[in-house]
Design a protein. Structure first.
Length: 317
């Protein structure tokens, strides 16, 4: 019997594929390491290359790396003695290409096919963009794709430390998009949401207020590692995933006025569906004032009416 997958559940509704594509597009633009998961043959690889071209154009390379054909030392660096010390020297060609370009996307494809030792060596590269003391430019994005381990060639579950370094998305295809693509040989990419240059500054404080307010209300959800191996291989709440994934993605959604459906997808892929469901239930019950109302309060503080509960006050202030 197949195990229950820990990855984000398929999105319901006719616009599911558009929601997932936009979630992936926002994550790439926000430079959040993302794991795209689906069965084979769903065009994950093509979609990632297409999105990278939409976002970065021809000048930004999308470099694909297959961990299953590499050794762990390729991702961690070759130990080389130098002046009585040992330095880790990058030998991975894909790393060197993006180091030289100064921008682009590192795409780790067929991730679940890589042996656990190779996945472990990739962790620092995925999270920090570093081999040894040499780092990519902050303009280099990181994304990965995989089939569920039970159907991948020599597939292995993601270890909890690896899984918690990714924003997780379950990829879905749209039949109408596929039909349109057949007619024009998939040359026309569906439109995506674009982040404005000041997206962090415009909404970061509001997003912080909501997440901090929620954690004050449900402190046990700040860090809650699942008990089973399969659940630990997906999205789950931790100090890292709230701060490095949920916070910037909620900020990005607010900056483009994406709506709650996309916000739910982004938070579910960051901290797990259970934590995301509780967050949005809390936010609805908290009945927080709109941005327009808060702006009016700033102009005329005498109009401000704060709720009595501390978590709601944090969310507003």
């Amino acid at each position: 019997m197949a195990k229950k997958r820990a990855f984000v559940a398929p999105v319901a509704g006719g616009n599911a594929a558009a929601l997932i594509r936009n979630a992936l597009a926002l994550a790439l633009q926000a430079n959040i390491p993302t794991m795209l998961v689906s069965e084979p043959g769903c065009a994950k690889t093509d979609v990632i290359h297409q999105l990278c071209q939409q976002i970065g154009g021809e000048v930004e390379p999308c470099v694909t790396s297959y961990g299953s054909v590499h050794d762990s030392v390729d991702y961690s660096g070759l130990p080389v003695p130098c002046n009585g010390e040992v330095s880790l020297v990058p030998i991975l060609q894909e790393f060197k290409m993006l180091l030289q370009a100064g921008q682009g996307t590192f795409f780790a494809d067929e991730y679940s096919c890589a042996p656990p030792a190779v996945q472990a060596a990739q962790m620092r590269l995925i999270r920090e963009g570093k081999i040894g003391n040499i780092a990519w430019s902050p303009k280099v994005r990181r994304v990965a794709a995989m089939n569920p381990p039970e159907i991948a060639t020599n597939g292995t579950e993601l270890a909890a430390p690896t899984a918690n370094r990714f924003f997780h998305l379950a990829w879905q295809t749209d039949e109408d998009d596929w039909i349109r693509g057949v007619w024009d040989n998939f040359e026309t990419a569906p439109p995506i949401l674009r982040l404005p240059e000041n997206w962090r500054e415009s909404e970061l404080t509001r997003a912080k207020g909501q997440i901090v307010g929620f954690i004050r209300f449900r402190k046990t959800l700040l860090h809650q590692m699942p008990k089973t191996e399969t659940e630990r291989a997906g999205a789950w709440p931790s100090r890292r995933s709230w701060y490095e994934f949920a916070l910037p993605l909620l900020t990005a959604c607010m900056a483009v006025q994406a709506g709650e459906d996309l916000e739910r997808l982004c938070l579910g892929g960051s901290v797990g569906e259970g934590a995301a469901i509780e967050f949005f239930a809390w936010r609805t019950e908290a009945d927080l004032p709109s941005t327009e109302t808060i702006m009016e309060w700033l102009k005329k503080p005498s109009l401000m009416k704060l709720p009595e509960r501390g978590d709601r006050q944090y969310a507003i202030l």
